[in-house]
Every structure is written in structure tokens, then in C-alpha cells.
Write a protein that binds this ligand. Structure first.
Ligand SMILES: CC(C)(COP(=O)(O)OP(=O)(O)OC[C@H]1O[C@@H](n2cnc3c(N)ncnc32)[C@H](O)[C@@H]1OP(=O)(O)O)[C@@H](O)C(=O)NCCC(=O)NCCS
Length: 182
């Protein structure tokens, strides 16, 4: 680990650890309050992960901080997204702001693609909001292609019991895992 001008700690990507979420990690997924609103969503996803249809990946710094995450649905009602055999769907991909643009996100996506290959999956799908050109550029550089347009309607209940309806027009992207690794 090295120090950068004495203001922040930096370390090589090889020092990062990627592992699945345990129950003890659930509070850390709220990112110091920023994602408090998704507490029930995370708890629900964690319970589904115990059944094996969802994989919850986190990137952990050498100091033990959760600095990034990406979740994967192996099987869902939307078979074009995830059919349990050939297609898996990546969502909730994010890296904490101060760790962005250093390759953490790409490392996590490559890890997930490698894991899915080993599980026998042939395609990765994901949705990216149409107003998120940075993420779209990253996915394109990793070999993902737009295959559809989605209205992006979904809802969640926050810990106060308030239902939030989200409209996030998105592109559906797809990558074949059979080509060369990127
Ligand atoms: C999208 C997101 C997860 C990417 O994570 P990240 O860790 O910044 O990703 P990377 O560092 O691997 O790549 C980002 C850029 O940094 C560049 N980069 C990678 N390693 C780098 C390095 N060592 N030095 C400088 N730049 C680097 C990449 O080439 C990429 O360039 P681009 O913007 O031209 O595509 C992150 O920006 C994020 O959390 N955004 C908010 C949430 C979000 O939008 N999620 C996507 C939902 S679909």
C-alpha cells in the first residue's frame, strides 16, 4: 500500500478483494447512509442469494472497506435478461466516488464475467440508464452492445414504508462470453 501526497491512501488493484456479501455486510451496502433507502431491497436480495439465484459481489479494500459492488441475477421472470442457464443479468453496479476511474469497476466486471463463464453462462445482460453516458462508454469498451430499449419502471419500499416508483429509461445491453476475454 502507498500514500498519495499524504491526502489519501491508494493501493494496486491486485490488493483489492472481491467476495460475496455476507449478512454482516448488509449495513455496509448502505454506504454511510446514501443507500439507506434500499435497506429492504438489500435484505430481500440477500435472502434470494441464499437460494442461489442471485450473486451479490463486493469489492473490499485492504483496510476492509466495501468500495464497490455488482449484483447478478442468474434466473429471473424476465428470461431475456436471465434464464438460469445461458444468460445472467448484472445490476446495482457501483464504485464509491473516490475510487472511480482507477479500474475498480472494470476489474469487478471482468471478475463477474469470468465467474459466469465458469458457471456455464454464455451471455451477460444489463440495463444502463440512457442518461448515464459514462457507464455506457465503459460497457461499450468492455464489449457490450445495445440490443433493446427499456422503459425502466420499477419500485421499492424504503425503511419508513414509503413506496417509491422509479422511471429510468434504459438501454438493454448484451455481451457474449464466448469471444476473447476483455
Ligand atoms: C460505472 C462505475 C461503476 C465505473 O466504475 P469505475 O471504477 O470508475 O470504472 P473503471 O475505473 O474501471 O473505468 C472508468 C473509466 O476509468 C478508466 N480507467 C480505468 N483504469 C484507470 C486508471 N488506472 N487510471 C485512469 N483511468 C482509468 C476506464 O478506462 C474508464 O474510462 P472511460 O470513462 O473512458 O470509459 C462508476 O462510475 C459508478 O459507480 N458510477 C455511478 C453508478 C453507476 O452509474 N453505475 C452504473 C449503473 S448501469
Amino acid at each position: 500500500m502507498t500514500s498519495n501526497a499524504g491526502t489519501e491512501t491508494v493501493f494496486p488493484l491486485t490488493d483489492l478483494f472481491i467476495r460475496q456479501v455476507t449478512r454482516a455486510d448488509l449495513p455496509a451496502l448502505e454506504w454511510d447512509g446514501e443507500y439507506w433507502k434500499f435497506r429492504e431491497v438489500f435484505a430481500d436480495l440477500f435472502n434470494r442469494s441464499l437460494g442461489g439465484n442471485v450473486l451479490l459481489w463486493i469489492v473490499v479494500s485492504p483496510g476492509g472497506d466495501v468500495i464497490g459492488q455488482a449484483f447478478v441475477t442468474l434466473r429471473s421472470g424476465d428470461r431475456d435478461a436471465a434464464d438460469g442457464k445461458n444468460r445472467a443479468y448484472v445490476f446495482s453496479f457501483r464504485v464509491k466516488e473516490k475510487w472511480r476511474n482507477r479500474g475498480v469497476g472494470s476489474k469487478l466486471m471482468k471478475f463477474i464475467e469470468c465467474d459466469l463463464r465458469q458457471r456455464g453462462f454464455r451471455y451477460v445482460t444489463l440495463n444502463v440508464a440512457k442518461d448515464n453516458p459514462g457507464a455506457l462508454r465503459l460497457y461499450r469498451s468492455m464489449g457490450y452492445e445495445i440490443i433493446d430499449s427499456c422503459p425502466g419502471l420499477w419500485s421499492y419500499r424504503d425503511p419508513d414504508g414509503i413506496i417509491h416508483h422509479v422511471t429510468e429509461p434504459s438501454w438493454r445491453m448484451l455481451k457474449s462470453l464466448s469471444g476473447k476475454e476483455s
